[in-house]
Design a protein around this ligand. Structure first.
Ligand SMILES: Nc1nc2c(ncn2[C@@H]2O[C@H](COP(=O)(O)OP(=O)(O)O)[C@@H](O)[C@H]2O)c(=O)[nH]1
Ligand SMILES: [Mg+2]
Length: 203
């Protein structure tokens, strides 16, 4: 694929992580950035912020990960701040908690009201080391309707680290090609690499 630059490239991107309280947003972010599980993450108040550099096609991309609080009382006044200039969204639910899955409609609506419709999104079903109450097929249907790829994982399992890494790297890849093709006036001379819609599942 060849890209022709018309303006300087950006290589730092804002990713926000949204979803109900307790689904594991902080734990997933921690697992990705620190490579470990924390079973007592401090409750997120407002927003926590981590930075991670990934290499995409031999080029460093900095992801600024905004780990947001799920609680309504914190969110109301913070939503504009959270969503401002968002480059991508990680939408997280807990596969052992149906309510967190049904809440996704609300999260999608909120993100649509603040973000560009084409902002890259990935759906993550976390805690698949537990008793699953949200079937993969059902989650996949939701992901398909909203044009997202679905990953199922567990921030608790060490064996899932590579899967979690690929969630963030898939997002980084999507952001990179999206920003080059639309926001920064770059012209695509061939189609972007194929991203299929199949889910990655750990359990
Ligand atoms: N069993 C299990 N517990 C998890 C997993 N991810 C997070 N947790 C636990 O779920 C609770 C809430 O996690 P947290 O990251 O604070 O959720 P947040 O409110 O969405 O940020 C904590 O006790 C975590 O240790 C997971 O994959 N499996
Ligand atoms: Mg949190």
């Amino acid at each position: 694929m060849a890209l022709v630059a018309n303006s300087p490239r950006r290589n730092t991107f804002k990713v926000i992580i949204i979803g109900d309280s307790n689904v594991g947003k902080t734990t997933l972010t921690y697992r990705y950035c620190e490579g470990a599980f924390t079973d007592k993450p401090e409750a997120t108040i407002g927003v926590d912020f981590r930075r991670k550099i990934v290499e995409i096609d031999g080029e460093p991309i900095t992801l600024e990960l905004w780990d947001t609080a799920g609680q309504e009382r914190f969110r109301m006044s913070m939503a504009t701040h959270y969503y401002r200039k968002t480059d991508a969204i990680l939408l997280v639910y807990d596969v052992t908690n149906r309510l967190s899955f049904t809440s996704l409609v609300k999260w999608v609506e909120e993100s649509q009201s603040y973000c560009m419709p084409d902002v890259p999104k990935i759906l993550v079903g976390n805690k698949c080391d537990g008793v699953v109450t949200v079937a993969t097929q059902e989650a996949q249907r939701f992901a398909d309707i909203h044009n997202m790829r679905l990953f199922e994982t567990s921030a608790k399992l060490d064996s899932e680290y590579d899967n979690i890494r690929s969630i963030f790297e898939t997002l980084a890849l999507k952001i990179k090609y999206q920003s080059r093709s639309s926001h920064y006036g770059l012209r695509l001379e061939a189609s972007a690499p194929h991203c299929d819609n199949s889910s990655n599942s750990c359990c």
